[in-house]
Design a protein around this ligand. Structure first.
Ligand code: SF4
Ligand code: SF4
Length: 414
């Protein structure tokens, strides 16, 4: 468990914490309230991914580590932890958008034609945030949850370097690795409106007369880097770099579609799979995907089919399409503990709550995450964990502690 109720609650018991607990796991005893460690904080499967300052990572990979997680207020410090084994449910979410109704109001609707889904394995009583700002611990089909994404600066040096990477990745060529400097040399042909807009991003542009045949050819941009940019994705780069990379790749291989959205086409299926989960770093949310049926081109048959990803910039919500009980065995569960925010973002931009809701409610600061419990109150780990042993044990342990430490908490005023 993560939360412990400690000494300041003894004989105070004002119950402020009880109502906010989404899983009703705070229980009253003679002189204190106790959190049931079996129930407190319900979470996700180990393989579920979340958006962190270290890239898109699974809970399992981050176990026990401190990291930054994406909230609706930027990245916040968090700790990823392993919790009890619990049965999990499979949630299927479909992208939804706000639309005007005939009567002047708004409503959230899914696109019927979209088969795009995000699948999430979570405990059935995980604390979710809903699109209307409420929280629930029993997410059901038909409800909507919000999305979150970053809005990075697009004018920094980091962004410029990301754009160059994206242009090379989408439409450039690797030329050679220089022996003396070890640097990789890449070329990007600058023609067409979209690429011309990035001309000034290059340190060096050379003019190659043989490429003059391309309409609007303005030169060949040279990009030097310590790695082969044609083969690498910026999986753990800064968000400004990732935003640049995505903008560069879209300029090379994307087509603008309505509502400032983009359709990105590529035969690099692995890169598209990464972008599907990482797009929120660049301010997009992937809301559609597919594969083109024809592999014929003017130059012969492609070795791999073209896949595409539809990236939206407008506000996206997720409609819960189904919550399936898979009758699976109980699995290890993980969650991110985000002090103060109690929310974070899963891969693909699904914004979720988690717990810690009781902590700020306590007027005497008696509630702590287990790892932040002041050492002098370590005995309360044992007292909270004794929940399963019944009221007599808890009452006895509390009395012993209160006598030994001569606890005399003054009653709350008012
Ligand atoms: S952290 Fe959340 S689940 Fe745990 S006791 Fe507090 S309110 Fe309940
Ligand atoms: S809010 Fe604090 S003092 Fe009140 S019952 Fe809960 S833990 Fe005890």
């Amino acid at each position: 468990m993560t939360y412990i109720i400690a000494e300041p609650c003894i004989d105070i018991k004002d119950l402020s914490c009880v109502d906010v607990c989404p899983v009703d796991c705070i229980h009253e005893f003679e002189r204190i309230l106790i959190i049931d460690p079996e129930e407190c904080i319900d979470c996700f499967a180990p393989s579920e991914q979340l958006l962190t300052t270290q890239g898109v990572r699974t809970f399992e990979e981050l176990e026990g580590q401190a990291c930054g997680v994406l909230t609706d207020d930027g990245f916040k410090p968090a700790a990823v932890k392993r919790f009890n084994r619990k049965p999990l449910v499979k949630l299927e979410l479909a992208p939804a958008f706000e639309e005007r109704t005939r009567y002047g109001g708004t409503r959230l609707t899914t696109r019927n034609i979209s088969r795009f889904r995000r699948t999430i394995w979570a405990t059935p009583t995980h604390a979710w945030l809903l699109a209307d700002g409420e929280r629930t611990d029993s997410l059901a089909a038909g409800q909507f949850v919000p999305s979150a994404s970053v809005h990075p600066r697009r004018d920094s040096e980091t962004y410029r370097l990301g754009v160059l990477h994206g242009l090379v990745f989408g439409d450039g060529s690797w030329n050679k690795q220089e022996i003396r400097s070890g640097q990789h040399l890449h070329y990007v042909q600058l023609y067409g409106e979209r690429v011309a807009r990035f001309k000034d991003f290059f340190d060096q542009v050379i003019f190659s007369p043989c490429l003059d045949v391309h309409p609007g050819y303005v030169g060949t941009g040279v990009v030097r880097a310590s790695a082969n940019l044609k083969r690498s994705l910026p999986e753990t780069a800064d968000v400004e770099y990732i935003a640049g990379f995505v903008d560069g790749w879209l300029a090379a291989d994307g087509d603008p579609v309505k509502a400032e959205s983009w359709r990105l086409r590529s035969t690099d299926h692995e890169a598209l799979a990464w972008l599907e989960v990482a797009a929120p770093y660049a301010g997009f949310v992937a809301v559609g995907s597919g594969e083109e049926s024809s592999v014929e081109t003017n130059f012969g048959v492609r070795s791999r089919a073209i896949k595409w990803l539809y990236l939206a910039t407008r506000e996206v919500y997720w409609r819960v399409m189904s919550v399936e009980n898979q009758e699976a065995e109980a699995a290890e569960t993980f969650c991110a503990v985000v002090p103060g925010k109690h929310a974070f973002t899963l891969a693909g931009g699904v914004y979720t709550g988690n717990c810690g809701a009781c902590e700020p409610e306590c007027p005497v600061e008696a509630i702590f995450p287990e790892d932040a419990l002041p050492e002098k109150w370590n005995d309360f780990v044992k007292i909270n964990y004794a929940y399963g042993e019944g009221a007599d044990v808890i009452n006895q342990l509390t009395n012993e502690y209160a006598t030994e430490h001569n606890v005399q908490n003054p009653p709350l005023e008012g």
